[in-house]
Design a protein around this ligand. Structure first.
Ligand SMILES: Nc1ncnc2c1ncn2[C@@H]1O[C@H](COP(=O)(O)OP(=O)(O)O)[C@@H](O)[C@H]1O
Ligand SMILES: CC(=O)OP(=O)(O)O
Ligand SMILES: [Mg+2]
Length: 380
């Protein structure tokens, strides 16, 4: 039995989960404790001042005796990290060097690592990167068509994110269909606050919608996803917006919140149900973008066995699943209304029985994937 603490440190929150993992062959982890400390750095009574205070609060009272390891979610591993890494000073320095590529995410991840090292001396710490799963992208998929020397010099490259989720969800899709992973081609749709699509060919990521940063691709709660880069020049030159303000606009005031004033899909669906035209349009833009990626990745894969929805929206919003895949029956993609609307929670198929493409809902479990990769590093 191993006990692993998984930490996902965001800019204003720390999510933690303590897992007991029995020995193989088929380890089913037991969640000992889990929770979230929010509002870090907010100027409010009771809000933790910084990550150190938040993490101390989270760890207080947890049964950490005999802890085997701490697994950290680190969003950006650049090209440096193709696999999870045992944390030492060299790894910390390498993650710090990647901060300019993920200014919203990596500093918080790094703070979590530093604080956990200080609070839990002697416990091995492992960094598990969102980007690592996508290091299998073929060059043609990871290369932006800009001046090659400039791209090389400044690390302009499609890195991809949500890799732990796309990895575990594509594996669980193959298991759900009772087929070997190596034979299954899947499009995984991770629709949470951040959202990304991934084409997975026999377990390997071959295309993904997030790129240099987690801003590209699908429409998200507060992020725009894809847009014409000239919009940025226009806002700068014509609207006179400083670059920092445009960054903030596209990352925090766009997507669903920009279009309809709410970033939460539940709130958006409630507004749409009242006939709010802005909410209806935001929903259409959100679902249409997903459909475009499904079409593109189907073409990329050539043969498609499954489309899998996951994360908060993907697992819980039948209306999004139905609308995103509407009109694709000529491609063998169909959603069965009764199956889609059934209030089930586990991994399940929602397409009609003999459909050529299995449409699935598979709950993600990034924490379990991080714990399992963490133990993998220690075993290596
Ligand atoms: N029952 C539901 N119906 C529709 N959307 C939901 C439901 N439950 C959660 N969501 C949405 O899931 C999103 C959060 O997804 P989650 O995967 O938890 O995000 P995070 O990226 O923070 O891990 C929110 O937009 C929320 O509205
Ligand atoms: C990379 C990313 O977008 O992460 P999240 O969905 O947690 O914001
Ligand atoms: Mg998430």
């Amino acid at each position: 039995m191993s006990r692993v603490l998984v930490l996902n440190c965001g800019s204003s929150s720390v999510k933690y989960r303590l897992l007991d993992v029995p020995r193989s062959p088929e380890p089913e982890p037991v969640v000992v404790a889990s929770g979230v400390v929010e509002r870090i750095g907010e100027d409010a009574p009771g809000a933790p001042r910084d990550h150190a205070e938040a993490l101390s609060a989270a760890l207080a009272g947890l049964p950490l005796d005999g802890l085997t390891a701490v697994g950290h979610r680190v969003v950006h591993g650049g090209l440096t990290f193709t696999a999870p890494a045992l944390v030492d000073d060299v790894v910390v320095a390498a993650i710090a060097e990647l901060v300019p590529l993920a200014p919203l995410h990596n500093p918080a991840n790094l703070a979590g690592i530093e604080v956990a090292r200080a609070l839990l001396p002697g416990v091995p710490q492992v960094a598990v990167f969102d980007t690592a799963f996508h290091r299998t992208l073929p060059a043609a998929a990871s290369t932006y068509a800009i001046d090659a020397a400039t791209a090389e010099r400044f690390g302009i490259h499609r890195y991809g994110f949500h890799g732990t989720s796309h990895a575990i969800v594509s594996r669980r899709t193959a298991a759900l269909l009772d087929r070997p992973l190596a034979e299954v081609n899947t499009i995984t749709l991770h629709l949470g606050n951040g959202a990304s699509a991934c084409a997975v060919e026999g377990g390997r990521s071959v295309a993904t919608s997030m790129g240099l940063s987690p801003l590209e691709g699908l429409v998200m709660g507060t992020r725009s996803g894809d847009l014409d880069p000239a919009i940025i020049f226009h806002l700068h030159r014509v609207a006179g917006m400083p670059i920092e303000e445009i960054d903030e606009l596209l990352n925090r005031r766009s997507g669903l919140v920009g279009l309809a004033g709410v970033n939460d899909m539940r709130a958006l669906l409630a507004r749409r149900a009242t006939g709010d035209p802005a909410a209806a349009l935001a929903f259409e833009v959100y679902c249409r973008r997903i459909r475009s990626y499904v079409g593109a990745y189907y073409a990329e894969l050539g043969r498609l066995d499954a489309i899998t929805f996951t994360a908060g929206v993907g697992e819980n919003a039948p209306a999004v699943r139905a609308a995103a895949l509407a009109g694709l029956d000529r491609l063998g993609i169909e959603v069965d209304a009764a199956r889609n609307d059934a209030p089930e929670r586990g991994a399940r198929v929602i397409s009609p029985p003999d459909a050529p493409v299995a449409v699935c809902v598979v709950p993600t479990d990034e924490e379990w994937e991080i714990a399992s990769q963490t133990l993998g590093v220690l075993a290596a």
